[in-house]
Design a protein around this ligand. Structure first.
Ligand SMILES: Cc1cc2nc3c(=O)[nH]c(=O)nc-3n(C[C@H](O)[C@H](O)[C@H](O)COP(=O)(O)OP(=O)(O)OC[C@H]3O[C@@H](n4cnc5c(N)ncnc54)[C@H](O)[C@@H]3O)c2cc1C
Ligand code: FES
Length: 278
């Protein structure tokens, strides 16, 4: 059982949990994730380790409410327990001195790029972070990303805060201005990562994306998380989750993410119905 030390609502539908997990905190590296299960009847879902603190023995996860499990997690409070937290899982991000690194985070992906941006900065890269949100109310962690970046560009789709448009518009602007970019690292909705990959490919800018396929065990035993990279099958939980974005079969990944849509809807509706009856 893993105790929730702190909960913070970062934005509507986006919840931060600092969880007591000393062993995971000790071994965690930027880019890795955990698999959690809330209770005996729960499913296992992957969430990125957005921060870790060895002195407190804690890890931080940030979860966006998109379906039954993440909405149920959203009802958990400080002092509650999560039944299983397994990790750290996946390969750590490849961090080296590239030169100028552009970190692109979309929505909850902003929390996921934080530890990678911090590591990129610590090793001496010039870090430009592009943070993309739908609208002003959903903006979070701008200050936290500023602490580990040389420049931060916030975009909102509707222009209610920062630059109007998508993360790709901000990235395109940097490219058109002739800024030197040695690596782009993107985390966010699959459609955003695909768009980033398509934008940088013609310019030959090395681009890495953290893939988010459906996972079950998270330890390489089942292949639920399989993706095609450069024509080869890879298991994102053990071979990734980060891959060369120019080699990923994005359409296949997007299709696989929709396979359980109907069952996800039924399970959410059942949970909401049961909650109303309590
Ligand atoms: C390596 C990795 C790291 C992730 N990190 C984060 C994070 O830090 N914060 C965050 O909010 N989300 C993260 N996700 C996505 C998160 O796992 C899904 O949002 C969550 O599983 C949805 O569960 P649900 O029951 O609430 O929604 P559901 O209604 O079950 O599903 C909603 C959508 O989420 C996706 N999904 C469903 N089940 C899974 C699953 N077992 N594994 C992966 N995706 C699934 C599908 O696209 C689905 O259509 C990550 C995914 C991966 C693979
Ligand atoms: S989730 Fe089972 S192999 Fe990756």
């Amino acid at each position: 059982m893993y105790k929730i030390l702190r909960k913070e609502r970062l934005a509507p539908g986006i919840n931060l949990f600092e969880v007591h997990a000393p062993k995971i905190a000790k071994h965690a590296k930027p880019g890795q994730f955990v698999i959690i299960r809330l209770h005996e009847r729960g499913e296992r879902i992957p969430l990125t380790i957005a921060d870790f603190d060895i002195s407190k023995g804690s890890i931080t996860i940030v979860a966006q409410e998109v379906g039954k499990t993440t909405k149920e997690l959203g009802t958990y409070e400080e002092g509650d327990y999560i039944l299983d937290v397994l990790g750290p899982l996946g390969k750590p991000s490849h961090v080296e001195k590239f030169g100028t690194v552009v970190m692109v985070g979309g929505g909850v992906g902003v929390a996921e790029i934080y530890p990678v941006a911090r590591a990129m900065k610590e090793i001496g890269n010039y870090v430009i972070s592009i943070l993309g949100f739908r609208t002003k109310d959903l903006v979070f962690w701008e200050d936290k990303l500023r602490e580990v970046s040389d420049e931060v560009i916030v975009t909102t789709n509707d222009g209610s805060y920062g630059m109007k448009g998508f993360t790709t518009h901000a990235l395109q602007k940097l490219i058109e201005e002739g800024r030197k970019i040695d690596l782009v690292h993107a985390v966010g909705p699959t459609i955003m990562m695909k768009a980033v990959a398509e934008l940088t490919k013609p310019y030959g800018i090395k681009t890495v994306a953290s893939l988010n396929p459906i996972m079950v065990d998270g330890t390489g035993m089942c292949g639920a998380c399989r993706v095609t990279v450069g024509g080869e099958i890879k298991f994102a939980c053990v071979d990734g989750p980060e891959f060369d974005a120019h080699l990923v079969d994005w359409d296949e990944l997007m299709k696989r993410l929709t396979y359980y849509k109907e069952l996800e809807r039924i399970s959410l509706e059942k949970w909401e119905r049961e909650r109303r009856m309590v």
